[in-house]
Design a protein around this ligand. Structure first.
Ligand code: EPU
Length: 423
C-alpha cells in the first residue's frame, strides 16, 4: 500500500493551482441522472471519490466518457435508467453515493439505495434526507439494509431541516426540481457547493431561487434538459495549501483560489500573523500567503458555511501545535473528528481533548514519526504537520488523501517540499 515519506522543516515556496471541488463535482455528476440529455462537466477532479461516483453512474445506466485536458471533462448522458439503485458495494466505499437517491426517485418514481453506515468521523445518519422525501409524499421503507423509496411523482411542500445538512439539502433539491408544485427548504445549507449545484440545475431548466441563503424555493418543472458547466475550485484544497504555507514560514501563490469561499479561514490566518494578498478582485484570484516566523495561536469553532469549515479543522490544529501560545479548537459538526490528535501527539504535540474541544499548547517543534492516516482531512493535517516537523515522517494509508486531494505530493514537491510517494 502506498505511503508518503516526508522530510520536514522546509518552507514552501512557489505556485500551486487549485482544481475542481470534489464536493461540488459529486452532486453535479449525480444531477446528470435527472435528464435524458447530455450534460458536460468541465474541471472534474481526478479523485477516487469521483471515480466511485462515475462507477455508480455506470451502474444506473449512464453513458459517460472523460476527455479534454487530462480527462477533466466528463460527458454524461442518462438516456435510459437501467437500474434505479445504488448497491452496498459502492455506497460502502463512499457515503456521498446516497446523493443519487433524490435524482433517481424524481426521474423514475422509485429508487433503492444502500443505507450508509457510520463512518470514521461520526454516525452521519440520513434521517433528514428521508424525512424530506416522506414529506414530499414518498413511501420509504428500509429493507435488508437498503432504503427503498417510491413515489409516482413527488409533491412540493415546505420542509424545515432540524440541522444544516449539505448533502441533505442537495439530495432534496435535486428531487424537488421535478416535483409537482413548490418546495421550500428552510434551514438549508448555504455552502458554495449547494449554490453551484443550484446554478447547474437552473441551467438545466429548473426553477431554483435562494441557494446560498437558508431558504431555498424550488418550483417543480416537468422535465430538464442537458447543460454544460465548470466545477468551482476546491475551497478545502485551497485552504489546506494556505495553511501549509503559513505554518512552514513559506511564501506561496495559490492560483484559482476561491477566497470569497474562505473568509473565515482568511480572518483566522490573518489573526495568526500570516500575510494574505489578493491579486485582483475576481471571484477566483491568485492569493499569495506569506507565513510569519512563528504563527500566533488562534481559537476556531467549526460551523456550517460561512463559518469555519469542519473540513479545515484538522489542518488548523496541525498549524496550532507549533504556534505561539495556546488555542481552543471546537468541533461542532461531527462527533468524532479528532482522530488526528493521537497521531499529532506522537509527533510531540501537546493536545488535550475535553468533549468537543481540543486545547492545543504550543511546542517548540514537532518531530517526524511513523503515522497513520484515518480519514481524508485528518490525513491532510498529518501531511502538514510532517512538512513542518524536524526529521522524517512516513504516513500510511494515504488512500484516504487520494479521495480528496489531486496529486498532493506532486503539488507539494513543486513547492519545494521533500515528499515522495513510496509504492
Ligand atoms: N446529519 C444528521 N442527519 C442527516 C444529515 C446530517 O444527523 O440526515 C448530521 C451529520 O451526522 C453531521 C451534521 O448533520 O453531524 C452535518 O452533516 P452534513 O449532512 O452536512 O454532512 P454531509 O453532507 O454528509 C458534507 C461533505 C463533508 C463535510 C460536511 C460538512 C460532501 C460529499 N461531503 O457531508 O465533506 O464535512 O458536508 O461540511 O459534500 C470531506 O470532504 O472530507 C467531507 C467529509
Amino acid at each position: 500500500m502506498d505511503h508518503f515519506r516526508i522530510h520536514g522543516g522546509i518552507p514552501l515556496h512557489g505556485t500551486v493551482t487549485i482544481g475542481g471541488a470534489k464536493n461540488a463535482a459529486l452532486p453535479m455528476l449525480s444531477a446528470c441522472v435527472l435528464t435524458p440529455q447530455r450534460c458536460v462537466l468541465h474541471g472534474v477532479p481526478r479523485l477516487h471519490d469521483v471515480d466511485t461516483m462515475l462507477k455508480l453512474l455506470t451502474h444506473v445506466g449512464v453513458q459517460w466518457e472523460r476527455n479534454g485536458n487530462g480527462g477533466a471533462t466528463v460527458n454524461a448522458q442518462a438516456e435510459k435508467i437501467a437500474a434505479s439503485e445504488a448497491p452496498y458495494t459502492i455506497v460502502k466505499t463512499m457515503r456521498a453515493s446516497s446523493m443519487i437517491l433524490g435524482p433517481l426517485l424524481a426521474r423514475t418514481g422509485h429508487a433503492r439505495v444502500s443505507l450508509p453506515g457510520g463512518c470514521a468521523i461520526g454516525a452521519r445518519p440520513m434521517d433528514q434526507h428521508l424525512k424530506a422525501f416522506k414529506e414530499m409524499g414518498a413511501e420509504i421503507t428500509i429493507e435488508e439494509g437498503n432504503i427503498a423509496a417510491r413515489a409516482d411523482r413527488l409533491r412540493g411542500v415546505e420542509i424545515t431541516f432540524d440541522m444544516v445538512t449539505v448533502t441533505g439539502t442537495e439530495n432534496v433539491m435535486m428531487a424537488a426540481v421535478l416535483a409537482e408544485g413548490q418546495t421550500i427548504l428552510n434551514n438549508a445549507a448555504r455552502e458554495p457547493e449547494v449554490v453551484a449545484l443550484a446554478e447547474m440545475l437552473s441551467q438545466m431548466g429548473a426553477r431554483v431561487v435562494g441557494a446560498g441563503t437558508a431558504r431555498i424555493t424550488i418550483d417543480g418543472v416537468e422535465q430538464l434538459h442537458g447543460t454544460e458547466v465548470t466545477i468551482i475550485p476546491d475551497r478545502i484544497q485551497a485552504g489546506t495549501y494556505l495553511i501549509a504555507a503559513a505554518m512552514t514560514n513559506g511564501d506561496v501563490a495559490v492560483e484559482n483560489c476561491p477566497l470569497s469561499h474562505l473568509e473565515a479561514l482568511q480572518t483566522k490566518l490573518t489573526e495568526a500573523g500570516a500575510r494574505i494578498e489578493k491579486s485582483a478582485p475576481t471571484a477566483t484570484p491568485t492569493v499569495r500567503v506569506v507565513g510569519p516566523r512563528k504563527l500566533r495561536s488562534v481559537d476556531i469553532t467549526t460551523a456550517p458555511f460561512p463559518g469555519y469549515a469542519t473540513d479545515l479543522q484538522a489542518q488548523w490544529m496541525a498549524a496550532m501545535t507549533i504556534a505561539d501560545g495556546a488555542s481552543a479548537i471546537t468541533e461542532t459538526i461531527f462527533e468524532n473528528r479528532f482522530m488526528h490528535v493521537a497521531e499529532l501527539r506522537r509527533m510531540g504535540a501537546e493536545i488535550t481533548v475535553d468533549g468537543h474541544t481540543a486545547i492545543v499548547k504550543s511546542v517548540a517543534k514537532l518531530s517526524g514519526a511513523p503515522l497513520m492516516a484515518t480519514d481524508l482531512r485528518a490525513s491532510a493535517s498529518l501531511v502538514l504537520a510532517a512538512l513542518a516537523a524536524e526529521g522524517q515522517s512516513d504516513i500510511q494509508r494515504v488512500y484516504h488523501i487520494d479521495r480528496g486531494y489531486e496529486r498532493i505530493e506532486e503539488q507539494l514537491y513543486s513547492l519545494g517540499a521533500r515528499i515522495e510517494r513510496v509504492r
